[in-house]
Structures are given as C-alpha cells and as structure tokens.
Design a protein around this ligand. Structure first.
Ligand code: TXA
Ligand code: MG
Length: 317
C-alpha cells in the first residue's frame, strides 16, 4: 500500500510548535495533543492533505472530520451560528466541545472534511500547545483522533507513535491529554442535539441552554442505509463498475477509463479520494444518471468504494 515515511518526533518548545505549524501549512500530517485526545492534523483546505488522513488511519469509510480553529473570529468565517450555538460557544470554547454548523459558501474547506455535506464540525481547543499550532499553521486544521481506524483514541504521543509511526510526518509530544475522552458533539439540524457524549457533560450544556438536548433517535429517520443526513448523496442514480457510459450517462473515470470527469487519470487512489466529493458534485449538477469506473479495493480504494456504494444504494423516496 503506502510506502513508509519517516515520522519526526517533536517536543512542545516554541520552535517545535512553529515547525508543526509550518509542516501543516505545507500539507503534511502532524499529530498533536489537544486537551481531549491527540488529533491527527492536516490543512482542512487541502484535499490531498485531508485524503492522507484517511489513508494513514486506514479508515474504510469517509466520516466527516472536525475542523479546529484558534478563536471565534476564525470559526465565524467558516460557519453560521444560531442563538444556541453562540451561547454554547461563549460558555464552553475553548474546550472539549464540537459544534456542527451550516458551512458558509466559498470557505475553501475541503469537501472531504464535510464528506461532501454542507455542515462543518468546529472546535476551538483549549490546550496551549494546540492553540500554538493552530496559530502557527494559520489554517483550519482537520483532525480526527490520532489512532488507526477501529482502535482506541490516543491520549499520549506513545499511543500515536505505536499506531501511526511510518504513516505520518511528525508527532508533537506534550505529555498525556488531561481530559482523555473526545469532545462532546452538538448539532442543530432539529434543535440542539447531542451527537456524541464527550468531555463536556450533557448537564452542563443543558443548564447553559436552559433546555434538554435532543437525541438523534428523536429526530427524523435517516434517508438511506448507513447514511448520515449530513453526508452528501447525489440526486441522480449511480451505477458502479462501469467500463463505459451507457446512453445519457455521465461517466466518472479512473485510470485508463477517461470518462467525462476523472477521479484520477493516473489511477492514484490518494488523488481519487481527494477528488471524490468534488467530482460527484460536478456530475450531479449535470443532472444525468451517473456511472463510475471500477476502483480497486485496496488502500484508500476501500473508503472510496464504501462511499460510492452508499451513493448507489437504493433510496426509499
Ligand atoms: O476531541 C475530539 O473531538 C478529537 C480531537 C482531536 O479534537 N477529535 C475526534 O475526531 O474525536 P473524530 O474524527 O475521531 O470524531 C469526529 C466525529 C465523528 O464521529 C464524525 O462522524 C463526527 O464527529 N462529525 C464530524 N463532522 C460532522 C458533521 N459535519 N456532521 C455530523 N457529524 C460530524
Ligand atoms: Mg475517533
């Protein structure tokens, strides 16, 4: 699959933090501590860098990622805040809270971060080291927990190193994470809703809002199998493993199959992942049924095929 790369161990001195920021801004993968767990960071505006996160974690699907920013001003450049969101942000940021909010237009956030959807998960971490890195990078940083897919989250640099050595460019070691569990995630699609329990207790959030949080079960059922409402699903019918376009179809190519648009003319899976949601949106905008060339079931191809299978799954309506 991927060739092993050298993973540089950094401390948390001012010089190390500056280096981490520079590496992130340059498209590298850098694991860093937050107060909750270690995150595997990449420039959230760089498709290729974000695709590398999925490759390094060996994630078999494209879950959307949390974008980390240093302050409310940066958060407000990316998302629209309703009254509840603003209240929670004022009370709990910086801290172990993630808010899923409508993404503003033209933000440059990679569509791999939102899984092609129009909401973005945002967090302002409190850790001084994380803050320093975000300031130094000068970009929103996408960061899932820094563990291989299916393993437990990393709360020390040693955990990160054990799981991801040779797959990421650098690790900032600043000791164990004080909170030790991931952030609490709140969404607002149908009123303030608890999407994941985490570092900030539900009671504290409810008392701040003066009301009970919804739970996803109470909300509308999801529209297609395994499909989070926030993920992007094309309107058009999608046919997979197509070696050529049938009459009236828009063909998404890969490798030798050129198509109307290609995921990667050189059959590069990293490039294909980086292009996936953008190309699906282009195809959908054309309004024709979509056909997609075969994608190998290896490496990032697993996540690409998972996403394409969901896009092609029959829908109820
Ligand atoms: O404490 C944390 O939250 C850590 C640190 C590094 O910040 N990050 C973390 O990320 O736990 P991750 O990727 O392991 O978990 C993020 C969760 C996923 O379950 C994902 O589905 C959800 O957030 N999520 C991200 N964006 C979303 C969106 N736009 N809509 C709904 N859920 C979203
Ligand atoms: Mg995780």
């Amino acid at each position: 699959m991927t060739d092993s790369i050298e993973t540089t161990k950094l401390g948390a001195s001012a010089a190390d933090i500056a280096e981490a920021g520079q590496r992130l801004a340059g498209g590298e993968l850098v694991a860093f501590p937050t107060e909750t767990v270690y995150g595997l960071g990449a420039d959230a505006t760089n498709d290729h860098a974000v695709a590398r996160i999925f490759e390094a974690k060996g994630r078999p699907s494209f879950n959307p990622l949390i974008a980390h920013v240093p302050n409310l001003a940066s958060a407000e450049m990316l998302c629209t805040f309703n009254e509840d969101a603003r209240r929670l942000a004022d009370a709990f940021w910086p801290g172990a809270l993630t808010l899923v909010l409508p993404l503003k237009p033209n933000t440059q956030i990679s569509s791999l971060v939102t899984a092609g959807g129009n909401s973005l998960a945002l967090r302002i971490p409190e850790s001084t080291t994380a803050q320093g890195i975000l300031q130094a990078a000068g970009k929103p940083i996408a960061a899932p927990s820094a563990n291989p897919s299916g393993r437990i989250s990393a709360t020390t640099a040693a955990h990160v190193f054990a799981g991801l050595n040779g797959r990421i460019d650098a690790i900032i070691d600043d000791g164990p994470c004080p909170v030790g569990v991931e952030s609490t995630i709140i969404g607002f699609d149908n009123g303030a809703t608890l999407l994941r329990a985490g570092g900030i207790p539900v009671e504290a959030l409810e008392s701040c809002l003066g009301k009970v949080l919804q739970t996803p079960e109470k909300n509308a059922p999801l529209s297609s199998p395994g499909q989070l409402a926030s993920h992007y699903a094309p309107n058009a019918r999608v046919r997979l493993n197509a070696t050529e376009a049938r009459t009236g179809e828009f063909l998404i190519g890969f490798g030798d199959i050129a198509g109307d648009e290609t995921l990667s003319a050189t059959a590069n899976l990293l490039e294909a992942a980086a292009n996936l949601f953008r190309v699906l949106h282009i195809a959908d905008a054309v309004g024709k049924p979509i056909a997609v060339a075969p994608i190998p079931h290896t490496g990032l191809g697993l996540a690409i095929n998972d996403r394409l299978n969901r896009a092609a799954a029959p829908r109820d309506s």
